[in-house]
Write a protein that binds this ligand. Structure first.
Ligand SMILES: NC(=O)c1ccc[n+]([C@@H]2O[C@H](COP(=O)([O-])OP(=O)(O)OC[C@H]3O[C@@H](n4cnc5c(N)ncnc54)[C@H](OP(=O)(O)O)[C@@H]3O)[C@@H](O)[C@H]2O)c1
Length: 247
């Protein structure tokens, strides 16, 4: 039996947990951030569009959930300076990080590889892959300070089986899966940090609508439908490690 189908998180499951979600201003990340806050977590809302993050912040505050923090960071512009500042900021305010949910990504243009734009290719790889690697490297010491740390990477079905014309997005998802599994192997004997991968599957968001403009959005599941799985992945009692979960 699928453990997620019988999983019932308690309303205070994530009390005092510090959870960073990238791409928290829209789509799946926005719902994950609000769901974590509703279960007691202090959520660090990372994203590139401050207005969207502020809306999520307001929704969380209006429901009397723990005050989140806004981290306006564009993954395409990550450098040593803002990474160091980020890790210092989290350390000073919270002393540790319990979960890091890598969710942000861009689709890029679907085009044959030989006609792909090299600048866009690099940008997609930077946002979807290199950015997640840099953030992980920087924040691992803070995750190690947690008694139940969880690292979650977001893949896609095109990170398991290539699809023609999906270019850098497809390659970035293969890369993120490889990195997650490498890290899981590295960390299994040297830390308590758990590493898992989620493939949300077709989900009703802007990215999905851009990828499949002819699809009726009502025929695909909503981000809310994924939330039990997203909570399960950061549940401090969960011991799963090195696994891929499909939404
Ligand atoms: N939806 C699906 O059917 C589906 C299927 C398989 C996998 N996925 C994966 O699930 C994850 C979430 O996708 P989604 O459908 O929720 O996409 P979405 O609605 O397009 O949301 C993507 C989020 O990533 C943020 N983001 C993009 N570029 C960024 C950057 N440079 N720096 C910081 N944040 C950035 C966006 O911020 P802005 O809003 O400010 O641009 C947005 O909050 C992605 O990793 C995606 O590959 C989705």
């Amino acid at each position: 039996m699928n453990p997620i189908s019988i999983y019932k998180p308690s309303p205070s499951l994530l009390d005092k947990q510090i959870i960073l979600v990238t791409g928290a201003g829209d789509g799946i990340g926005r719902h994950a951030a609000k769901t974590y806050a509703s279960l007691g977590a202090t959520v660090l809302l990372m994203g590139r569009t401050v207005g969207k993050l502020e809306m999520v912040y307001d929704e969380i505050i209006n429901r009397n959930h723990p005050e989140p923090a806004i981290l306006p960071i564009d993954l395409s512009k990550l450098g040593m300076e803002n990474l160091t500042e980020l890790s210092n900021q989290i350390f000073v305010n919270y002393g540790r990080l319990d979960s890091l949910v890598h969710n942000a990504a861009v689709l890029g243009t679907r085009v044959p590889v030989e006609y792909s734009d090299t600048v866009e290719w690099e940008s997609v790889m930077q946002i979807n892959f290199n950015g997640a690697v840099l953030l992980t490297r920087t924040l691992l010491p803070l995750l190690r300070k947690s008694s139940s740390a969880s690292l979650v990477f977001t893949s896609s079905s095109v990170g398991k089986k290539p699809r023609a014309y999906w270019g850098a997005y497809c390659v970035s998802k293969y890369a993120i899966e490889g990195f997650a599994l490498l890290l899981a192997d590295e960390l299994k004997s040297t830390s308590k940090v758990r590493v898992n991968v989620v493939n949300p599957g077709a989900t009703r968001t802007k990215m999905r609508a851009t990828a499949y403009p002819n699809e009726d959005p009502l025929t695909v599941k909503t981000p809310e439908d994924l939330m039990k799985l997203y909570v399960y992945l950061v549940d401090p009692n969960n011991l799963d490690h090195g696994l891929t979960f499909n939404g």
